[in-house]
Design a protein around this ligand. Structure first.
Ligand code: ADP
Ligand code: ZN
Length: 752
């Protein structure tokens, strides 16, 4: 099978050649048997013959599959276990740089770890629109001169879209879609010169980064940390560092130095952020440091941007990517550093489709390509804290805030003594503190981790609570949208006039607070203040929300009311008071991470206050001021909190000191789902062999989602047990009937 490489081959020059794997061949000649992995759910690779002109290992190809043509990757030499006379030819090699051996290794190991079928894993790595298209010119559309001769709403929408996203380039279809008009509207504007049509090469390299622009002068603490990180990067070896420091201590400043070192070394860098923290503020800061815009990979990116980033990452035309978790699956040519900012953030766990944790996958990827990982957080996850304790990660600390800013003063407000009526949530004490800030021209924030207006809608006549028709969840009133919404499945319906159960009219009452209702209360209590309510569903687009936040940072509001959205990474220099409306909310869950989450969230929220010159304060309203988590937050005793939490988990044998996996069986028929669950539970021999225990089946915490009944089994094993192999054998024993599905969730973070 091993062929000598053929330097005269036409394809060799056209693509960037991946480093040949130590064992595999460097090139497949026409007719060689190759294994092709497709994104079709087949569970394995298929054999084909290399096309005329041959192909490289890793080449993106089009292959026939039954009557269809599908996308695939040449995975290696063919298996040869298929009738050789029936093996078909690869149709064509796509004009894209072949997948590197390192990426293949990453996908293979990620699939094995998460027990994800390879095709599903491969789909994460082929999210490049137009992968098969030749590089070419295309028409793009920009704002031209003047105003339209006749201003129609459709025309204004086009111009507004161009103005809002002025820095992007659009194809005709993208622009028309974004503006919600037909392409002919755009064409009409082109004729008048109001919109310009230009020829542009499809994929341009990004402006080079300049790592040598002056950086801020680092404090001693910061400089020491930066040196350690920089040394890691220049070693060109794998290593993970936990960079811990309170909000405002300069973690970003420090890791940007490591990025600079990486760029200087000619390698690529990736900064992962929780989607919502990908703000203009942050991008501007990166741009100031390196003199050019980084590639920005997130769910709001247009197809054109995605295509460009994918290609440029593969060819080296993008040196720095700032992105959400899926940026891990881009085809980096030479990745030298991955920063995972806010590493404890729950949004790093993908809870849909392929269930992976971006932090863990970053570490895996870096270990394969000899890169460094920096995990930055003010409140690290217990997992990372434990890995640092165990010596697997290096730990760096930034102990003080940069400049005059000091940590906020934290206190509780005992709600048992506040004597509030049932429909009010802002205690007199908190109200007085907010008024004091308003009088000084400072900002205050009221935080509640609940979207919508009220979590429960109750009929005062019959006691009925409106629930979702498809899930075991209450419908949450969203007054801003004038609808009831199920936070599990997204189902929504108009707010009814009459009770759906007893049909009494006008008796439906909102019970409990949500962010919108809190906004209403604040407006009544502080009539002269400018109040901004920040909740994701109140903004049509992520960009609109980002713009709003930027305005608030500059002082466009006096009181900010928000959900967890505002706890992440934003910088409000005038903010000096944070009031947490219900600090007990997070303590109630049955989740093993409930205490950890509450601790992190409270610290983060409190970290919003007093980032600039004015000192900040944080007030937590609670009915349990003596709860150990609340006390640890107040005392700022993080190390103490982690140690206590770690001891508890070690004793219980749960993560990070034991391993867990969730199995969720779902289907339309509840009895069938339970039968399958019981069958699995009985056939637990593969698990028993490794000393693992299985619990359940039990109804999943949310027992019905989108009309599907959900049953959960939990598997618990010792840290060193070969859990994945045992799980694979175990679940292979059941044949699922009809419309039933089984999902494996390794290291589950939540169980909805
Ligand atoms: P973190 O990432 O830990 O929250 P940042 O890096 O965002 O902290 O720093 C907080 C603020 O302090 C930022 O506005 C940053 O520019 C500023 N800052 C941090 N370190 C320095 C420094 N050495 N010199 C000047 N400004 C600094
Ligand atoms: Zn629902």
């Amino acid at each position: 099978m091993l062929k000598p490489s053929n330097p005269s081959h036409p394809n060799r020059g056209a693509c960037h050649v991946p480093p040949s794997s130590p064992t595999g061949p460097e090139f497949f000649d026409h007719g060689d048997l190759v294994a092709v992995m497709t994104t079709q759910p087949l569970g394995r690779s298929l054999d084909y013959r290399a096309p005329e002109g041959g192909c490289h290992p890793g080449a993106f190809v089009e292959v026939p599959l039954g009557p269809r043509k599908v996308l695939g990757v040449v995975w290696g030499p063919g298996q040869g276990d298929y009738d050789l006379n029936k093996v078909r030819h690869v149709i064509r090699v796509l004009d894209a740089p072949p997948m590197r051996a390192e990426m293949q290794a990453f996908l293979t190991r990620a699939a094995a770890y998460t027990l994800t079928p390879m095709p599903a894993m491969l789909r994460l790595a082929t999210r490049a629109p137009g992968l098969g298209d030749p590089p070419s010119m295309r028409k793009i559309y920009r704002r031209g001169e003047g105003e339209p001769t006749r201003a129609t709403t459709a025309r204004s929408r086009v111009l507004e879209t161009l103005e809002e996203y002025g820095d992007l380039s659009f194809t005709l279809k993208e622009l028309a879609d974004m503006a919600g008009v037909t392409p002919s509207v755009v064409k009409g504007l082109v004729e008048q010169g109001v919109v310009r049509e230009e020829d542009s090469p499809r994929d341009l390299p990004f402006t080079p980064m300049n790592p040598d622009l002056p950086s801020k002068e680092l404090t001693e603490d910061q400089a020491t940390a930066a040196q350690t990180l920089t040394a890691g990067v220049t070693s060109r070896q794998y290593g993970t560092t936990l960079l811990r420091g309170v909000t405002g201590s300069g973690k970003t400043e420090v890791y940007l130095e490591a990025v600079a070192a990486c760029l200087r070394a000619g390698r690529q860098a990736l900064v992962l952020l929780p989607e919502i923290a990908l703000t203009e503020q942050f991008l501007t800061r990166v741009q100031e440091r390196f003199g050019a815009k980084p590639a920005e990979w997130h769910s709001g990116a247009t197809m054109t941007e995605r295509r460009r980033i994918w290609r440029m990452v593969a060819t080296g035309g993008a040196q720095l990517v700032i992105g959400a978790r899926s940026a891990l699956f881009l085809p980096y040519r030479d990745l030298g550093l991955i920063v995972v900012d806010e590493e404890h953030d729950t949004s790093y766990k993908q809870e849909d489709g392929v269930l992976y944790h971006a932090r863990d996958m970053a570490v895996l990827r870096a270990s394969i390509c000899s890169a460094q990982v920096i995990l930055a957080s003010a409140t690290p996850s217990l997992e990372s804290w434990a890995n640092a304790e165990a010596g697997k990660y290096t730990r760096l600390e930034l102990t003080s805030r940069f400049g005059p800013a000091v940590l906020p003063q934290m206190d509780t407000i005992d709600m048992r003594e506040a004597g509030l009526p049932a429909d009010r949530w802002i205690s007199p004490h908190l109200q007085a503190e907010v008024n004091a800030r308003l009088a000084r021209g400072e900002q205050a924030m009221l935080f509640i981790n609940r979207r919508g207006y009220a979590p429960v809608t109750l009929c005062r006549a019959c006691g009925h609570q409106i629930g979702c028709d498809h899930c075991d969840a209450r419908m949450v009133e969203h007054r801003f949208l004038k609808r009831l919404i199920c936070h599990q499945c997204g189902e929504s319906k108009p707010m009814p006039e009459a009770c759906p159960s007893c049909e009494a009219e006008g008796r439906l009452a909102a019970v409990g607070p949500g962010v919108e209702r809190l906004g209403e209360e604040a407006e009544a209590l502080f009539p002269d203040a400018r109040i901004a309510t920040l909740s994701s569903d109140m903004y049509g687009t992520a960009r609109a929300l980002k713009a709003e936040i930027a305005g608030i940072a500059e002082g466009a509001a006096d009181i900010i009311i928000g959900t967890q959205l505002v706890a992440k990474g934003h910088n409000f220099p005038k903010l000096t008071l944070v009031g947490v409306i219900d600090a007990d909310l997070g303590l109630m869950g049955s989740d093993l991470r409930a205490a950890e989450r509450t601790f992190q969230l409270m610290r983060q929220v409190a970290g919003r206050a007093g980032r600039a010159e004015a000192p900040g304060a944080a007030l937590l309203q609670t009915y349990q001021p003596d709860h150990p988590v609340i006390r640890a937050i107040l005392q700022g005793d993080e190390e103490g909190f982690w140690k206590a939490e770690a001891a508890g988990r070690r004793e219980a044998g749960v993560p990070p000191y034991g391993r867990m996996a969730g199995i969720i069986l779902s289907g339309p028929d509840v009895a069938q789902v339970f039968d399958a669950g019981n069958l699995l539970a009985r056939q637990d021999a593969p698990l028993r062999r490794i000393g693992a225990q299985v619990f359940g089946p039990a109804p999943a915490p949310i027992a019905r989602v989108r009309g599907r009944h959900r049953v959960r089994l939990l598997v618990k094993a010792e840290k060193t047990a070969p859990l994945q192999d045992a799980l694979a054998q175990w679940i292979a024993q059941v044949r699922l009937k009809g419309d039933m599905r089984l999902a494996v969730d390794i290291d589950p973070q939540s169980f909805y």
